[in-house]
Design a binder for this molecule. Structure first.
Ligand SMILES: NC(=O)c1ccc[n+]([C@@H]2O[C@H](COP(=O)([O-])OP(=O)(O)OC[C@H]3O[C@@H](n4cnc5c(N)ncnc54)[C@H](OP(=O)(O)O)[C@@H]3O)[C@@H](O)[C@H]2O)c1
Length: 248
């Protein structure tokens, strides 16, 4: 597919204030899309928009507020028309093992990684079905394909849910004969972002969980580009990607 398929159309990226989401925004702008960059950190979103120009609209809200999600999509419809590309990227882990974790931490993981993703998907696919085309991309994880040790059970459960939601959406779209709307998951292993530090309550000692080269956020964003730019009849289902030295 040429880049022109998406030029001028609208994308919404969650978790765009840093890490993988920020890198995805850069790729989407390169593809000619106008991008609604979402997150909670308004200052970082504003800085990204200042750097990339009018193609980026920073929109700050908390994904745990489901009414705020609906409000954001309504704003996008009113100002830019509907969303053609949704990148459900926002997500987090917590140091919250099943034997001892805090209930609120489990709730936050499930609210952001699963429930908000569902609401964003429903709102965006309504726009895509009206337009007859679109692409939903979930940033999932290798933890959606196997369960790591170390207390990551609830995080892995959330990403296994994303795996099921990818196939569930694909089945609904096919049943609706919505052939112009595709769904893809991208499932990375270790990526060098703030994710690991955030998981450990912001402790910088945990910024690098492994001593080998991790994937970069840009590596993951390139997988998003590949999925978006596949020919119209090709639906990439799930891209599993790891650093070459990652064993599990
Ligand atoms: N890094 C890895 O090793 C790795 C591996 C596999 C999969 N992933 C997945 O990749 C995705 C992106 O993670 P990342 O590595 O880029 O992590 P990151 O650098 O920590 O970024 C997480 C993003 O999620 C947003 N977010 C978190 N809670 C939110 C909330 N309540 N409301 C709105 N936005 C919220 C953050 O925005 P604010 O800070 O502005 O709130 C931030 O932009 C996640 O789904 C993660 O599970 C990461």
């Amino acid at each position: 597919m040429s880049e022109s398929r998406w030029a001028g159309r609208v994308a919404l990226v969650t978790g765009a204030s840093r890490g993988i989401g920020e890198a995805v925004v850069r790729v989407l702008v390169e593809l000619g899309l106008r991008v609604v960059a979402c997150g909670r950190d308004e200052a970082r979103l504003e800085a990204l928009a200042a750097e990339l120009g009018e193609a980026v609209w920073p929109l700050a809200f908390d994904l745990r507020d489901l009414a705020a999600i609906e409000g954001a999509f309504a704003q996008v419809r009113a100002r830019w028309g509907g969303v053609a590309v949704l990148v459900n990227n926002a997500g987090l882990g917590k140091d919250a093992p099943l034997l001892s974790g805090a209930s609120d931490d489990w709730r936050t993981i499930l609210e952001v990684n699963v429930l908000a993703l569902c609401v964003c998907t429903r709102e965006a696919t309504a726009d895509m079905l009206r337009a007859g085309s679109g692409h939903v991309i979930h940033v999932s994880s290798m933890s959606g394909h196997r369960v790591p040790g170390g207390g990551g059970g609830v995080y892995a459960a959330s990403k296994h849910a994303v795996r099921a939601l990818t196939e569930g959406l694909r089945r609904e779209l096919r049943a609706a004969r919505a052939d112009g709307v595709r769904v893809t998951a991208v499932s990375p292993g270790y990526v060098a972002t703030d994710f690991h530090q955030t998981l450990k309550g912001g402790d910088p000692a945990f910024a690098r969980p492994v001593d080998y080269p991790m994937l970069s956020a840009a590596d993951v964003a390139e997988a998003v580009r590949y999925a978006l730019c596949a020919p119209a009849h090709v639906e990439l289902h799930d891209v599993l990607m790891r650093p070459t030295q990652q064993e599990t």
